[in-house]
Design a protein around this ligand. Structure first.
Ligand code: HDL
Ligand code: ZN
Length: 372
């Protein structure tokens, strides 16, 4: 076998620990999204369909029901055009993985297939096909539907770990008591927030991280609602100043920071910050970075500057079935970058060394930080 083949084999076999998703365990009922209509109304595809069919206004699109929205997306992006974007290629990968025709003229076959699926078996099949051993959800107690599930006493499938999302919770009047309440109820593996610019979080947040030994995840560079007409598809990106992140890491050496940046221009700077501060762990190729060309570039940069001491990827999946494509596609990019770094070694690695490194990168390091 060639080096590339040996690396791909090890990366494909390495169990995944998915550090950030918007998935919900089956115990969350309708919040657990799956099936072809959910796949096709993923906000990435909505934005792409509205570009491809500009005569359809966002308002007219959102006035349709979900099936009619999915039909429009299918026609615009899969029938009239080839699925060349990462999000469309992903749907094609998922359909193909289930033996469905990604070039079908309509969604009848796919809808009939998913209609026959039972959610419990579907969850098992998707996790198996994607090679995902554990994942973190995104849990926001200010969301009434999610809050109701937690207050019902539901116990999530143990492979679905909680992550307490603070974007809205930080506005609480008594943040400290809200944090205590939801940390006790959810047992989250980390606290998380998305920001446009880096600024110190409220003191109560870092106090809670220390008190419960929880990492704090900062997702930096998002600009919300640059086009409000697109709803959840309307967010944009900006390059952030990372000097405040250095200060945060320096001022809180006993707090572990999980960090991902949305702008390609911040990738290199984050690697440098991580070299200066061992309590900063770069993770994933977030959102607009989650494309094969950028995953390979980013993973190369991180391997060159950090060695295998970071988490190359998270899926950010919102629909259960997306785990299949997001991890199949990303494994290819990570394997390519890893192979290129091994080629730079004067003595090639053994199969055992390749397996050790692949397992650390695909799940080991994330698992340590997730406590999974
Ligand atoms: O803030 C986030 O966690 C982002 O991932 C947003 O949810 C975004 O809409 C998304 O789904 N990106 O993949
Ligand atoms: Zn996300």
């Amino acid at each position: 076998m060639t080096l590339a083949e040996r690396v791909s084999k090890a990366v494909d076999a390495a169990p995944i620990v998915d550090l950030h998703t918007h998935l919900f365990a089956p115990q969350f009922g309708a919040l657990n999204l799956w099936g072809v209509d959910e796949l096709l109304t993923y906000h990435y595809l909505v934005a792409e369909a509205l570009r491809a069919a500009p005569k359809v206004t966002p308002e007219a699109f959102f006035a349709r029901d979900k099936a009619a929205q999915a039909d429009l997306v299918w026609e615009a992006l899969f029938v009239r055009r080839s699925p060349l974007s990462e999000a469309t290629a992903g749907v094609a990968t998922v359909l193909d993985a289930f033996g469905l025709d990604p070039a079908a003229k309509d969604l009848r076959e796919a809808r009939a297939f998913f209609a026959r699926r039972r959610v419990e078996e579907h969850v098992e099949d998707v996790l198996r096909l994607a090679g995902v051993a554990a994942l973190a959800m995104t849990n926001d107690p200010t969301d009434p539907a999610e809050r109701a599930v937690w207050e019902s006493g539901a116990a999530p499938d143990p492979r679905f770990h909680a992550a307490l999302r603070l974007d809205r919770l930080v506005a609480s009047n008594d943040l400290a008591s809200e944090l205590d309440r939801w940390i006790a109820r959810m047992r989250p593996r980390y606290l998380a927030i998305s920001v446009n610019e880096v600024s110190p979080p409220p003191r109560a947040v870092l106090d809670a991280c220390r008190a419960h030994d929880l990492p704090f995840a900062m997702m930096i560079g998002v600009r919300r609602a640059v086009n409000p007409r697109l709803g959840v598809a309307g967010d944009g990106v900006s390059t952030a100043d990372l000097v405040p992140l250095e200060r945060l890491a320096a001022d809180n050496p006993d707090v572990r920071f999980l960090v991902t940046t949305l702008a390609r221009e911040n990738t290199h700077g984050l690697c440098v910050v991580a070299r200066k501060f061992a309590n900063v762990l770069p993770f994933g190729c977030w959102w607009f970075m989650n494309n094969p060309s950028l995953i390979e570039e980013t993973t190369m940069m991180r391997l060159e500057m950090l060695g295998p001491t970071f988490v190359p990827q998270h899926s950010d999946a919102r629909v259960l079935d997306q785990l299949i494509y997001k991890w199949r596609h990303t494994r290819r990019s990570i394997a390519r970058a890893l192979t290129r770094r091994y080629e730079a070694m004067p003595v090639p690695p053994t199969d055992a060394q390749i397996e050790r490194d692949a397992r650390a990168l695909m799940g080991g390091i994330a698992g340590e930080w997730l406590g999974a």
